[in-house]
Structure formats: structure tokens, C-alpha cells
Design a protein around this ligand. Structure first.
Ligand code: SF4
Length: 371
């Protein structure tokens, strides 16, 4: 890879006001976000990069809760602009929590080049939001959405979590309807998973809550596939739905195996051959930058086997599909008969029921390919 081929930049902003009950991300829970220290540390990290020949097509501020930076998002983008070329039509996304979105902040984001917002909503049910330890109300989702639109953001994604414990009596159909009423361009859906060391895993351990069944997971997933499809959304990736020409360009780059640079604590980078990731803890990352120490925690060079499994897994997870060999097409024929896949122009494309079996199907192709 040459330095000039880098087109995608991920910036990890680790701060959150509170930890959500299901979250095990590398975050730093703070009442007061140390914005100046963070931006200054990012500057040090960017100065370590050989970035002068990058031409960025996408920039993604993820977290954590990047909206905790408020109007200082502009300072972060200026750091990048001062060092790196950014394409005129670049997609610049920020993840935001509804309670951080004010008109002044949204105006500042637009002025500084943000043109896409991924608004964390998760549910419109007040009891569910409370159970999840979310910091916002259901009303704040709608008002943040309207504020972003009024400020000129024409590309908004909303996300929801499905497969919640039955005891919450969550009305999944109603939540999907509420999202559709807002008319976003993009929607992401994630099944609730229980990660170790989270409040949710402790509740489960104490028997206070029971995980949703596999049947519930599948029925929620298929119901949303139907509802969103009827409303004109393309189910273009396992967890993602978009209106025409509104796929996430940044995340799509990951799914095509493109190179990307990541900065910030725990951020991953990939240069086409080696994947590396920064130390996860904010304080450790910042200290190392200031003292001149290395910030890469680990790296791995992709083996032939890694590449084979990534090609299969990434290919199957979007509706662009997996360009397949004769042997792979033969293996996928039974999937076609089961309704899990279509085979078009020598490309295997999973259906929604196939997406539900992605891991198993990808594993069987990978295994056959490695023999
Ligand atoms: S806001 Fe996002 S990153 Fe922060 S705790 Fe909640 S789920 Fe995790």
C-alpha cells in the first residue's frame, strides 16, 4: 500500500456521560469531558502519521459519544484538514446522542463540514430507555432529529436495539414505526448481546432478567426487514438499511476490505496487509502520546487463511454479495433451495433469512476453501 491510497479515517471519541447497561466499549465515563486535552492528544497522534498524501473520502467520528465534544467537533475536523486533503464530496459522519443536540451545536457541525449524523435512539419506550441506562428520553430523539434537519443535515441514520428480554414487554413493531415516522435516510438495527462485565450480564447472573430466545431474535429481525422493506428501505447489510444512494460510505469501506486509518484510544487501522489497534484506555493513550511512547497495543498481519475467511465473511454480509468460484457456487446451491441465498451472475447474495445464518454459512465456505 502507498500512503496515497488512504481514503477513510475513523476518529474514536471515548467519552460518555454514563455507561449503558449493555455496553462494553472502550469508553471513559465523565461528567465533564476533557475536550481540550483530548483534541490536543489527537493532534499529537495525527502528527505521528505520514498523512500528507491521504485523500479522504470519508471521516467518521465514533465512540463513545462524539457529540459530547459539542461545538469542538470543528476543532477536531480542523486538525485533520490542516494535515490531510479531504475530497470535496466527502462523507463526514458524527455519532450523536439526542440529549447533546442543540441548535447551536448542530449549526456548528454543519458549518464545520459534518454532513451525516448517526443518532443513537435504541427505543422510543421510556421504560426501555431507562432499563438501558440511556441518558435521553423518547421525546428528545424526535426533537434532536428535527433540530438536525432544521440545521441542514440531509443524511441522518437512526439505530434501534432488538431482541430485548420478554419481561420488558417492548413493542418492537411500534418502535420501528416511530423510526419510520421521522423519515431518516438510514437505519441500523442491532440484536442485544450480553457482554461480560456489563450491568446486563450481572442482572442475568442474578436471575433478574432472561435473555430473549432465538425465536424472538429471528422474529424481530424478520419483522423489521419486512416493515422497512415495505417503506422503501434496502436491507443492504446484515444490520443496515438505506434509502437509495444513502448507504453508509464509511462503513461500506470496511465491508469491501479497503484500507483505513483510525486515531484515538482503541481505534483500529488497516493498511491492506496489517491490522493494528491503539491502547484502549483514554488515560493510557493520552499519557503515551505526551511522553512519546508507542500507542499501538497490538497488530496482526493477515495470513492467507485470514484473507480467505475475510473475503467470504465480508462478501456475504452485504447484498453486493460474494463473487464465487464454481466450488463455492456448488456449496451454496442448497442455501438457494432453503431460501437463504440467491446466486446471480456467479455471485452469492444472502437473503434476510440467510443473514440470520451468516456466521454458519461463512464458516462452511471458509472451511471448504481451506481444505
Ligand atoms: S452511549 Fe454508546 S458507547 Fe456510550 S455507554 Fe452507551 S452504548 Fe456505550
Amino acid at each position: 500500500m502507498t500512503a496515497g491510497s488512504m481514503r477513510h479515517l475513523y476518529i474514536h471519541v471515548p467519552f460518555c456521560a454514563r455507561r449503558c447497561s449493555y455496553c462494553d466499549f472502550a469508553i471513559s465515563v465523565r461528567n465533564d469531558t476533557p475536550i481540550d486535552d483530548y483534541v490536543d492528544a489527537l493532534r499529537l497522534e495525527l502528527d505521528r502519521q505520514d498523512a500528507s498524501h491521504w485523500l479522504l473520502d470519508t471521516i467518521y467520528l465514533g465512540g463513545g459519544t462524539p457529540s459530547r465534544l459539542g461545538e469542538s467537533v470543528g476543532d477536531v475536523l480542523r486538525l485533520v484538514r490542516d494535515r490531510v486533503s479531504i475530497a470535496a464530496d466527502a462523507e463526514i459522519t458524527i455519532e450523536a446522542n439526542p440529549d447533546d443536540v442543540t441548535r447551536a451545536v448542530a449549526d456548528a457541525w454543519v458549518r464545520d463540514g459534518v454532513n451525516r449524523v448517526s443518532l443513537g435512539s435504541q427505543s422510543f419506550d421510556p421504560e426501555v430507555l431507562q432499563w438501558m441506562h440511556r441518558t435521553h428520553s423518547a421525546e428528545q430523539i424526535g426533537s434532536a432529529f428535527t433540530t438536525l434537519r432544521d440545521a441542514g443535515i440531509r443524511n441522518i441514520s437512526l439505530d434501534l436495539i432488538f431482541a430485548l428480554p420478554e419481561s420488558l414487554h417492548r413493542n418492537w413493531h411500534a418502535d420501528v414505526d416511530r423510526v419510520l415516522e421521522l423519515q431518516p435516510e438510514h437505519i441500523s438495527l442491532y440484536g442485544l448481546t450480553v457482554e461480560p462485565h456489563t450491568p446486563l450480564s450481572r442482572w442475568l447472573g442474578r436471575g433478574e432478567v432472561t435473555e430473549a430466545s432465538e425465536e424472538r431474535y429471528e422474529s424481530d429481525f424478520m419483522l423489521a426487514h419486512q416493515q422497512l422493506g415495505d417503506a422503501g428501505f434496502e436491507h443492504y447489510e446484515v444490520s443496515n438499511f438505506a434509502r437509495q444512494d444513502r448507504r453508509s460510505r464509511h462503513n461500506s469501506s470496511y465491508w469491501t476490505g479497503a484500507s483505513y486509518a483510525g486515531i484515538g484510544p482503541s481505534a483500529h487501522s488497516f493498511d491492506g496487509a496489517v491490522r493494528s489497534w491503539n491502547v484502549a484506555a483514554y488515560a493510557d493513550w493520552e499519557r503515551r502520546l505526551r511522553s512519546g511512547d508507542a500507542i499501538v497495543a497490538e497488530s496482526e498481519t493477515l495470513t492467507g487463511e485470514n484473507r480467505l475467511s475475510e473475503r467470504v465473511y465480508l462478501g456475504l454480509r452485504t447484498t453486493d454479495g460474494l463473487p464465487a468460484s464454481d466450488a463455492e457456487i456448488r456449496l451454496a446451491r442448497p442455501w438457494q433451495e432453503a431460501g437463504w441465498a440467491e446466486i446471480r451472475n456467479r455471485t452469492i447474495v444472502l437473503t434476510a433469512t440467510g443473514f440470520l445464518r451468516l456466521d454458519a454459512l461463512a464458516a462452511s465456505l471458509t472451511l471448504a476453501g481451506s481444505r
